[in-house]
Design a binder for this molecule. Structure first.
Ligand code: HEC
Ligand code: HEC
Length: 350
C-alpha cells in the first residue's frame, strides 16, 4: 500500500508536476467513483422500508417450489444462496429441463438497480418478480392457479393477511413480498469496503494495485462505476450471437447486442460470466478485456489494454476483494394443511 502510494507520487513528480489534483489519493478517488452503498438511499415504492414480516414472507415464497407448475422449481433453484444467488450454470434449467436463453444473474444490491434483466425490460423488482413465475422455460405457472394454491395453504393465508390486511393474496402482494426480500440482499461489508472505510490491512498490495488499475489503466470504471460497480447502462462488448439484447426492447443501433453492465459485488461467487455464461472465470474475463474483446465492437471503451500478466492478476485480486457471502438460512416451508400442534417437550421443528 505504502509502496504503491510512493510509486504513484513518484510518477506524479517525475511525470507532470501540475497534475497532482488529477491524481488524488487512491482512497478518496475510489470513494468518489465507487464507494459503499448506503441503505438509507434505497427508494422504496411505498416510501417506507418493508416490515420484517413482509421480508420473511417474501423469503419463504422465494424458496417455495409451489411457485412452479409441477412444484419442482423455486426462485432459489436458479438464484441459489450457496452459489452467490446464481446457479453455477452457463444457462439455467427451468421446469421443462431445457436451458433458458440467458445466464441467471446474482441478485445482490438490486435495491439500487433501476432496470432489471440483462436487457433491462423490467422497470422494478415488483414487475420483474412475476415474469419468471409465468415464463414457460422457468416456472411455467399460471398466476390465478398459483394464487389459489397459495391461498389454500393456511400458513400463507395468515401471513399474507398479517402483512397486507384481510382478503385473499393477490399478484400485487406476491410481487411486493418477493421484491421486499430481494431488496434486503445487500452486500456492503467486503474487504474493499473495510479498506475504503480506513482499514489499511483489509486489502493486500495486489488488490490495492488492482483497484488502481480498475480506476486507471484498465478503465473498468468507465462502465462499472458507483457503489454497486455498474453504470446501470447497456453496452455491446462484441460478443456476437443471435441475442439482440437491449435492441429487442428499445430501437436504435446502439442497443444492438448491448447488455446491462452487471454489478460486480460477489462476482467471485457467480461464475460462469456474461449474459450467456460463456466465460468460466474472473481471470478469463479480465483477459478478455485485456485483448480488447473477441470481435470488433462499436463501443470505443472496449480496446486492448496492454496489461501485463501481473496486472491481470492484480485486477482479479481486486475483484475478489468485493466478496461478502450473505448468510441466508433456508426457511422451513409451510405444509399444505394446518401446521401440526407443537409436541410438548419438543422445540420448534428443525
Ligand atoms: C429457471 C431459472 C430461474 C428461475 C426459477 C428464476 N430465475 Fe430469476 N433469472 C433467471 C435468468 C436466466 C435471468 C436473466 C434473464 C434475462 O435477463 O433475460 C433471471 C433474472 C432475474 C432478475 C434480474 C436480475 C438483474 O440483475 O437484472 C431477478 C431480480 C430475478 N431473476 C428474480 C427471480 C425471482 C424473484 C424468481 C422467483 C419468482 C426467479 N428469479 C426465478 C433464472 C431464473
Ligand atoms: C464498455 C463498458 C464496460 C467496460 C469498459 C468494462 N465492462 Fe465489464 N461488463 C460490461 C457489460 C455490458 C457486461 C455484461 C456483458 C454481457 O454479458 O453481454 C460486463 C460484464 C463483466 C463481468 C461479468 C459479470 C457477470 O456477472 O457476468 C465482469 C467480472 C466484468 N465485466 C469485469 C470488468 C472489468 C474487470 C473491467 C475492466 C478490465 C470491465 N469489466 C470493463 C461493461 C463493461
Amino acid at each position: 500500500m505504502r509502496v504503491f502510494r510512493l510509486l504513484l507520487t513518484a510518477s506524479l513528480v517525475l511525470g507532470a508536476p501540475c497534475a497532482a489534483q488529477e491524481f488524488p489519493d487512491l482512497r478518496s478517488q475510489a470513494g468518489r467513483l465507487l464507494g459503499t452503498p448506503d441503505p438509507d438511499t434505497i427508494e422504496y415504492p411505498s416510501g417506507f422500508p418493508p416490515t420484517p414480516a413482509e421480508i420473511a414472507l417474501g423469503k419463504t415464497l422465494f424458496f417455495d417450489p409451489r411457485l412452479s407448475t409441477d412444484r419442482t422449481v423455486s426462485c432459489a433453484t436458479c438464484h441459489n444462496p450457496d452459489l452467490g444467488l446464481g446457479d453455477g450454470l452457463a444457462r439455467s434449467h427451468g421446469v421443462n429441463g431445457a436451458p433458458t436463453p440467458r445466464n441467471a444473474p446474482h441478485l445482490h444490491n438490486l435495491a439500487w438497480t433501476p432496470l432489471l434483466f440483462w436487457d433491462g425490460r423490467a422497470a422494478s423488482l415488483e414487475e420483474q418478480a412475476l415474469a419468471p413465475i409465468q415464463a414457460p422455460g422457468e416456472m411455467a405457472m399460471d398466476l390465478p392457479v398459483l394464487l389459489a394454491r397459495l391461498n389454500g395453504v393456511p400458513h400463507y393465508q395468515q401471513a399474507f393477511q398479517e402483512v397486507y390486511g384481510a382478503g385473499p393474496a393477490t399478484s400485487t402482494h406476491l410481487a411486493s413480498a418477493l421484491a421486499s426480500f430481494e431488496r434486503s440482499l445487500v452486500v456492503r461489508n467486503t474487504a474493499y469496503d473495510r479498506w475504503q472505510a480506513g482499514d489499511d490491512r483489509a486489502l493486500g498490495p495486489e488488490a490495492v494495485r488492482g483497484l488502481g488499475l480498475f480506476l486507471g489503466k484498465a478503465s473498468c470504471i468507465d462502465c462499472h462505476s458507483g457503489p454497486n460497480f455498474s453504470d446501470g447502462s447497456f453496452h455491446n462488448l462484441g460478443l456476437g450471437g443471435t441475442d439482440r439484447g437491449r435492441a429487442a426492447i428499445v430501437p436504435g443501433a446502439a442497443a444492438e447486442g448491448a447488455f446491462k453492465t452487471p454489478g460486480l459485488r460477489n462476482a467471485l461467487l457467480t461464475a460462469p460470466y456474461f449474459h450467456d455464461g460463456r466465460i468460466e472465470s474472473l481471470e478469463a474475463v479480465v483477459r478478455f478485456y485485456n485483448r480488447g474483446g473477441d470481435a470488433p465492437t462499436p463501443d470505443p471503451l472496449v480496446r486492448p489494454l496492454g496489461l501485463t500478466d501481473r496486472e491481470v492478476l492484480d485486477l482479479v485480486a481486486f475483484l475478489g476483494a468485493l466478496t461478502e457471502p450473505l448468510v441466508i438460512e433456508r426457511p422451513v416451508l409451510p405444509p399444505d394443511g394446518p401446521c401440526p400442534p407443537p409436541v410438548p417437550g419438543q422445540g420448534p421443528r428443525p
